[in-house]
Design a protein around this ligand. Structure first.
Ligand SMILES: Nc1ncnc2c1ncn2[C@@H]1O[C@H](COP(=O)(O)OP(=O)(O)OP(=O)(O)O)[C@@H](O)[C@H]1O
Ligand SMILES: [Mg+2]
Length: 111
């Protein structure tokens, strides 16, 4: 649904959540119709204050996955999703038992 204020609302939520410090990290990524996995990974990495130098997609995914495991409490905000995105393809492994039991990730996905 175009231009009704979804992105604006997401950014306002991000601002307020960051102020409350409910989460250790708020990760915001704009997925968009034609943005590739590398672009999504770069945005997530930047939100976490890290740089991914690797070009190889498997290496990038592994690096991001390892980094995310260090965070205890993450809010992941994905804006402008057009199709299904497999989080594990990006490096976010929720169902492989790779996250620590006290590691919590909440997601907000927005079309
Ligand atoms: N509450 C609001 N009051 C007035 N203008 C608003 C409000 N929320 C958003 N806008 C304006 O409406 C326009 C579209 O907002 P936004 O980009 O957030 O929409 P969107 O739903 O994310 O659109 P898209 O589907 O294209 O991604 C922007 O110019 C924004 O500044
Ligand atoms: Mg938008």
């Amino acid at each position: 649904m175009g231009g009704v204020g979804k992105t604006t609302l997401m950014k306002e939520i991000r601002k307020q959540v960051e102020e409350t410090m409910l989460f250790d990290k708020v990760v915001f990524a704009t997925v968009s119709q034609n943005s590739d996995l590398r672009g999504i990974q770069t945005q997530i990495a930047e939100s976490l204050g890290m740089k991914i130098e690797e070009q190889n997609i498997a290496a990038r995914t592994a690096k991001l996955s390892a980094r995310l495991k260090q965070e205890k409490n993450i809010l992941l905000m994905l804006d402008d999703l057009w199709t299904r995105l497999e989080l594990s393809d990006v490096g976010i492994d929720l169902d492989k038992g790779q996250l620590q039991s006290d590691n919590h990730l909440k997601e907000i996905r927005c079309m």
